[in-house]
Design a protein around this ligand. Sequence first.
Ligand code: LMR
Length: 328
Amino acid sequence: MKRLKTTLLMLASLFVTATAWSAPIEIKFSHVVAENTPKGQMALKFKELAEARLPGQVEVKVYPNSQLYTDAAVLQALQLGDVEIAAPALSKFQKYNAQLQVFDLPFLFNDMAAVDRFQKGPQGQKLLNSMTSKMLVGLGYLHNGMKQLSSNDPIRVPSDIAGKKFRIMTSDVLQAQYEAVHAIPLKKPFAEVFTLLQTRAIDGQESPWSNTYASKFFEVQSYVTETNHGLLDYLVVTSAEFWYGLPDGVRATLKQSMDEAIAYGNEIAARQDLEDRQHIIDSGKTKVITITDAERQQWVDAMKPVWKMFEDEIGSDLLDAALQSNQQ
Ligand code: LMR
């Protein structure tokens, strides 16, 4: 009887170990935007590819719309091991690596092709792994697009926004950019922007077309001015502890799945930029203002001095490499 009991106990403990061994690795992917955006679609594609290639080994849980964390909180949550993947805008990394501020400089990149060249080049790639001492590992860049200004009032030239309150991401470069045109920048989480606009606590905001459309900012803003003055792209990021703790084969498959999901997200970003611009025009709720070259030049002249203010923190070699990417 005693022997039977011991055998049963051993079998039970083996079962518990086997169950624990075979439990899938949970990968929480937290982000702040809607599912019908390039980032939302990329996250779902990553889930689809990773789970199909590692059946029963991984389970990817995607949390959109700041359901789990705001961007400010998610980077700390990654470091603490409370979440495994995030993709905050590059503007949100300045306290982890000030060099990443290069992506926020106004009127630096001529277009998304130049951004792509810079990100794929040696300096761009080096930045991906520049925060491992802070336990953050960059898995890749994801595009959204160039930012436009939305507002309650028509905007054509810098003096039109003097004294007006604009929501910005947590970036000192963006703060300096608005101060350069005598506007009032307010650093606020993305999740609060719609309400701030709706209640008129702020006058405007800057986003690529897909965010202005998907988050319905256009429904509470009368004008969008097509300035293409800056970039909103993302860094897909994980924690070093999680990433390097994975079995080699799992890590390689996840990286492959992420590379493909990013390529998919980038295709969507390029397409959606044009489509969502058109959706906003078609809605009839917001007037899209196209500025002249001379008007655009006024923005460039007013905002470009911001480059000099951040050159030391960013490094002139990085700045030169970014400028160089406009050449090809
Ligand atoms: C923002 O805060 O405006 C952006 O980071 C939102 C996004 O696209 O993730």
